[in-house]
Design a protein around this ligand. Structure first.
Ligand SMILES: NC(=O)c1ccc[n+]([C@@H]2O[C@H](COP(=O)([O-])OP(=O)(O)OC[C@H]3O[C@@H](n4cnc5c(N)ncnc54)[C@H](OP(=O)(O)O)[C@@H]3O)[C@@H](O)[C@H]2O)c1
Length: 246
């Protein structure tokens, strides 16, 4: 039996590691190919887009995929939409593995936005010159014209233009620790944190550090998840697949 994991997350790698050891099961993990040196999952790996819904449908049929797990990042909405449509056309079960979003606490000063453009506009209202931007290297265009701010941009690979004029770049991949995040915010004199509601432990320390230092957070809300069977942990995904005879 062959299972396709749509990956690019820590959960996807952990799921592949658990399933790869199962007798009679073939696991193929799929990565978009965005990161230059990706952390590779166990088992087979394919890299690159499928070519939209039609391409994914074709891939599922040709490869004899029996079940699909969409374990992509909560903000990777296009591939999730493709997975829902292609799995339905082919008639294979689709399971969504999606970590829960972060929850605002009483000591937080979070401001929810729907897009990075909205985050860029909201920076005016929040005030503060020095911004820690952890929204990924692909969304920087939204902040490119904001010359009154200085941005500390953290991403896995270097961003491409357009980028903010006044910017410091930190190339790093999580997980990040609380002492590290605390030091980073302090050393760079950060006034505002801009992030996405990615959820998960690996990158949550910045929120705790912002809470302690009373730094406001502009946080982009997730796109809506599709109405398909959904689990939030790797263990629950394994259990759900086992129920389907995987
Ligand atoms: N968005 C984030 O903030 C974020 C953060 C961390 C990791 N990631 C990971 O990075 C990848 C790309 O994210 P994105 O936000 O650019 O995705 P996206 O906007 O949903 O997808 C754009 C296109 O990239 C291809 N693609 C995306 N994920 C793929 C996968 N796992 N395997 C094969 N093709 C894939 C698809 O191309 P075709 O239409 O040609 O099939 C898709 O239409 C995802 O795998 C995601 O898990 C994303």
């Amino acid at each position: 039996m062959k299972v396709l994991i749509l990956g690019g997350t820590g959960e996807a790698r952990r799921l592949a590691a658990v399933l790869a050891g199962r007798p009679g099961l073939e696991v193929v993990s799929s990565l978009a190919g965005r990161v230059r040196a990706p952390a590779l999952p166990e088992g087979q790996v394919r890299i690159g887009g499928f070519g939209g819904v039609d391409g994914l449908e074709d891939y599922l049929r040709r490869s004899g995929i029996a079940a699909v797990v969409d374990a992509t990042h909560p903000f990777a909405a296009v591939i999730t939409e493709s997975a829902v449509a292609a799995a339905e056309r082919v008639g294979v079960p689709l399971l969504l593995l999606r970590r829960p979003g972060w929850v605002e606490g009483a000591d937080d000063d979070w401001h929810w936005v729907r897009s990075l453009d909205e985050a860029a506009s909201a920076l005016h209202e929040i005030g503060g010159e020095r911004v820690f931007l952890t929204t990924g290297r692909l969304g920087l265009a939204a902040f490119a014209g904001l010359d009154e701010h200085w941005f500390l941009v953290r991403s896995v690979d270097p961003p491409e233009p357009p980028t903010p004029k006044r910017m410091g770049l930190l190339l790093a991949r999580g997980p990040f620790t609380l002492p590290g995040e605390r030091a980073l915010l302090t050393e760079h004199g950060i006034d505002v944190l801009v992030t996405k509601d990615s959820g998960g432990e690996a990158t949550a320390a910045k929120l705790q550090a912002a809470r302690e230092l009373r730094i406001p957070v502009l946080i982009q809300a997730r796109p809506a998840a599709p109405p398909v069977p959904t689990v939030t942990t790797v263990d629950a995904a394994v259990a759900a697949l086992t129920t389907h005879g995987v």
